[in-house]
Write a protein that binds this ligand. Structure first.
Ligand code: NAD
Length: 420
């Protein structure tokens, strides 16, 4: 099997830790040979971790991609607002591309990426919808397709963001403001919309959504009592959203500490909370994305779904109830538990899919493994493609349009408008 070479754009949490370590653990499959990252510390760390030749270390994607092709494939894992151009240029230069979600914050660019996928159909072009690669959702898909519980009729799907995770990523962090990134239904939930498409195996026909930012906003800041930063706030000891609690005391957010500072020792974290964005009061941030949103979806063949996205949950997990003509499934992703009940014969079984190492319940390594196999021999278990991802991204924009305009959106009509 040919060993492949990969370049990485963006040495942030995803670029540094989600997919690249798989190559360190499986050197027989390939090697990371180039990095583009503007932050000096991250760039140096990446260079060291992955043993990159100095000639292939770049300050940004622009300087990496102005060169002739230097690797077989490229992982594009920089920030959301700058995915389109590097993906387009990389495809045109002949790279196979693994692009982080969302494909872009702009619908017109997403549609153009779909067109580019068709033009460059000889290239592997995948979007990181990693949940399709988890043993957990793979098992749900297997049961649905096996028809052992009859026909799937409807789904009740919950994205329980977790109160602390919402405070971290969507109030203080990268995805807090839709003017800088995009609406929460795209940044957080293109995964969920993609899952609903994949699990049902049907096209979405109509969508209606409601939701708002109800809690972490300036109206809930109590002047005189609260402070702009947790470090000197009077109510901090009783605030569940306290940065001190989240970053210094609780162990919940360990996987995301690298977002707070490059070398997250206790000392560095303390400094970051005093000075950086992650120490801000959640009621005094420049956030605007919704903290709860509910969507109703109609698919082909009368299949329906509800999708409930909420910040206000204890756990950070996806819970899904699938209702079939001859049975029911209750599933909890983080608990790795699938409870299958068959009507009539009272047969009841609990499945714990085989756990796999890596982030997103095994999905991060699952997708990079598949991507490498596709690049090597163009016939991996091609569970996702950029073209399919365009669909779920369009659904996210349709849901947001529905929420803002209080209308039911017909996806085909919405698409026709978009494609004009
Ligand atoms: N698939 C998933 O489940 C999943 C999960 C989390 C994040 N993401 C996505 O992955 C991407 C990266 O997220 P992250 O958490 O690693 O963010 P991050 O901020 O930690 O990393 C982004 C990196 O890109 C770098 N960058 C900025 N401009 C650049 C340029 N011109 N050239 C090269 N690099 C540049 C930044 O300096 C930063 O280090 C985002 O699009 C995000 O939405 C996907």
């Amino acid at each position: 099997m040919k060993k492949i070479t990969l370049a990485v754009i963006g040495a942030g949490c995803r670029g540094m830790y989600a997919y690249a370590p798989y190559l360190l653990e499986n050197p027989h499959l390939g090697k990371i040979v180039a990095i583009a990252e503007p932050d000096d510390k991250k760039r140096d760390l990446f260079k060291k971790m992955y043993n990159i030749d100095e000639n292939n270390v770049f300050k940004d994607w622009q300087s990496l991609l102005e060169n002739d092709k230097i690797a077989d494939a490229i992982i594009i894992s920089n920030n959301d607002d700058d995915h389109f151009k590097p993906a387009k240029i990389a495809l045109e230069k002949g790279y196979d591309v693994l692009l982080e979600k969302p494909m872009s914050n702009k619908l017109n660019e997403i549609i153009q990426l779909g067109d580019l996928a068709k033009i460059h159909e000889d290239k592997v072009f995948m979007v990181c919808h990693v949940l399709r690669y988890t043993p957990f959702f793979t098992e749900l898909k297997r049961i649905i397709d096996s028809k052992e519980l009859g026909e799937l009729v409807n789904i009740s799907h919950h994205e329980n963001i977790g109160y602390w995770h919402f405070a971290h990523s969507y109030t203080r962090g990268n995805w807090r403001n839709s003017n800088e990134t995009s609406p929460l239904i795209l940044t957080k939930s293109c995964h969920d919309l993609d899952l609903l498409l994949w699990l049902t195996g049907k096209k979405c026909l109509n969508i209606a959504s409601f939701g708002s930012l109800s809690h972490m906003k300036k109206e809930n800041f109590i002047e005189g009592l609260m402070r702009d930063r947790c470090i000197n706030c009077n109510i901090e000891p009783n605030c569940p959203y306290s940065a001190k609690k989240i970053y210094l005391e609780d162990n919940k957010i360990v996987a995301s500490l690298n977002a707070v500072c490059t070398n997250p020792t206790k000392e560095n974290l303390k400094k970051a909370i005093i000075n950086g964005p992650y120490g801000r009061c959640v009621y005094k941030c420049d956030n605007n994305v919704v903290d709860h949103m509910v969507s109703i979806l109609e698919f082909e063949d009368n299949v329906t779904a509800t999708f409930n996205l909420s910040a206000f949950t204890k756990e950070c997990t996806r819970t899904t109830k699938l209702m079939f003509t001859h049975g029911e499934i209750g599933a909890n992703h983080m608990k790795n538990l699938i409870d299958v009940y068959k009507f009539g014969d009272n047969s009841h079984k609990i499945i714990y899919p085989k756990l796999q190492k890596s982030g997103h319940g095994g999905g991060d390594y699952g997708i990079i493994k598949d991507f490498i196999s596709m690049v090597q021999n163009k016939n991996g278990d091609y569970k996702t493609s950029a073209l399919e991802s365009v669909e779920s991204h369009i659904m996210a924009f349709a849901a947001e349009y529905s929420r803002l305009n209080k209308v039911v959106v017909n996806i085909n009509e919405f698409k026709n408008k978009c494609f004009k």
